[in-house]
Design a protein around this ligand. Structure first.
Ligand code: IMP
Length: 426
């Protein structure tokens, strides 16, 4: 038995989807534990592109059980769309291979309206999917959960309780047009009926799988620096993205975890607003964006690009207890004469070794860089670490030394097979 957590070590979009897809081969259960359809995994299966927002990518492999844990906020329309689209592409999706936690919260239409309206002034640059407002209702104890959605009477009753308040907020505070209740209630009741067979107590399924010695893969979304507590607050998402959250969001105890894999892109990207010390607003940044195809899988927004940031990565390794790294998109760095890596920040004469909590500090700091030699060779066809160009190997060793964590996996291209596996994780 091995139970593995996958987390993003940067600001999301590290290429977690591909690594999850790869490790799924050896796992039995794949569990999403936080976030919602703000996440998006782009996967290349052969020459087919599949984008998933809620269902774990394990769905693409026959015989795996995919679980949507209680830590998520679910937009039922997106989930049903995803199920239908997968079926249309020929994948099997049924309650036999997908289970949804009865405790997961629902994203309601008003959550999306509120998210959009607020972000236009707050400037977080959210995905506009209603994630924050849905988590907010969860914490306020007025959220509507999957268990409510599948029971029409309860759903209507709970909605009645919150609706007037939402109406007031939308019309009086946000000064938007009134919400129309009837149209969406019927739609949600229908969606509840459709999703009912999938909704269950997922923790019992997971517990029994652990007892049977099955392998679990716990799939995180976003990245450490978007964590609600430890990210660059308030420019963060509304859930915890660090490894500890996997236990809460999936419903298992920390004693059951074997390894934590931190997914680390060979450079850094960020979408939305907020601090990004190593951001490159120049042709180097543009080149990373173009070569790396750095456009959001969920919103299509161009990603901000910059050099690798060891301050952000040390933060991540510390907070999630990362046992192994998976370095992704290393092929994108091909052809750079010099590759820079931030080892610390500097504000005036003060050296900053750790991620500041104070946003004002970010405004004053500049990164302190080490410079490493680049490589000219295309590495995407290489499958063994020893075959990589010398400078490329040196870049990997440098990251390993600085973080004191070994890189178990190195991804050299978007396809499943474009991967170097140095350590078997299951
Ligand atoms: P929200 O999660 O939609 O509330 O957005 C909050 C912040 O997190 C924004 O800066 C988003 O761009 C960012 N964000 C949310 N999900 C992802 C993701 O999957 N990848 C990268 N950034 C994300």
């Amino acid at each position: 038995m091995a139970n593995i957590i996958i987390v993003g070590t940067q600001w999301g979009d590290e290429g977690k989807g591909k690594i999850v897809d790869l490790l799924t081969e050896d796992s039995d259960l794949i569990i999403r534990f936080q976030g919602g359809n703000n996440a998006g995994h782009t996967l290349m299966v052969g020459d087919k592109k599949v984008i998933l927002h809620l269902i774990p990518s394990g769905i693409l492999h026959p015989g795996k059980l995919c679980i949507i844990g209680s830590g998520l906020v679910i937009d039922p329309e997106i989930l049903i769309g995803e199920i239908d689209s997968l079926k249309h592409k020929g994948y099997k999706v049924s309650p036999e291979n997908v289970a949804i936690s009865e405790r997961a919260h629902i994203i309601m239409p008003y959550h999306k309206i509120i998210d959009h309206a607020r972000d236009s002034t707050q400037g977080i640059g959210t995905t506009g999917r209603g994630i924050g407002p849905a988590y907010e209702d969860k914490a306020r104890r007025i959220g509507i959960r999957m268990i409510d959605l599948i029971h029409e009477e309860i759903f209507r009753k709970k909605l009645d309780i919150v609706f007037e308040e939402k109406q007031e907020y939308v019309t009086k505070i946000l000064k938007l047009k009134p919400l129309e209740k009837e149209g969406f209630v019927e739609k949600f009741v229908k969606m509840g009926r459709k999703l009912k067979p999938y909704v269950t107590n997922t923790t019992v399924i997971i517990e029994s799988a652990i007892r049977d010695g099955k392998h679990l893969l716990l799939e995180g979304a976003q990245g450490t620096n978007l964590d609600l507590d430890y990210g660059t607050y308030p420019y963060v998402t509304s859930s915890n993205t660090v490894a500890g959250q996997s236990c809460v969001g999936a419903g298992i105890g920390p004693t059951k975890i074997t390894r934590v894999i931190g997914i680390c892109k060979a450079y850094t990207t960020r979408v939305g607003g907020g601090p990004f010390p190593t951001e490159l607003n120049n042709t180097t940044g543009e080149r990373l964006r173009a070569f790396g195809g750095e456009y959001g899988a969920t919103t299509g927004r161009p990603r901000r690009c910059g050099w690798l940031d060891l301050v952000a990565l040390r933060h991540s390794v510390r907070l999630s207890g990362i046992s192994h790294l998976a370095i992704t998109k290393l092929d994108v760095l091909m052809g750079f004469k010099k590759i820079k890596v931030a080892t610390a920040y500097k504000a005036g004469k003060t050296s900053i070794e750790h991620m500041p909590a104070d946003l004002d500090v970010f405004k004053k700091l500049t990164p302190v860089y080490d410079e490493l030699p680049g490589w000219e060779e295309d590495i995407s066809s290489l499958r063994r670490h020893e075959d990589l160009p010398r400078n490329c190997k040196a870049y990997i060793s440098y990251i390993e030394d600085k973080l004191q964590v070994k890189a178990a996996i190195i991804s050299v291209g978007p396809k499943r097979e474009e991967t170097i596996v140095r350590t078997k994780l299951f």
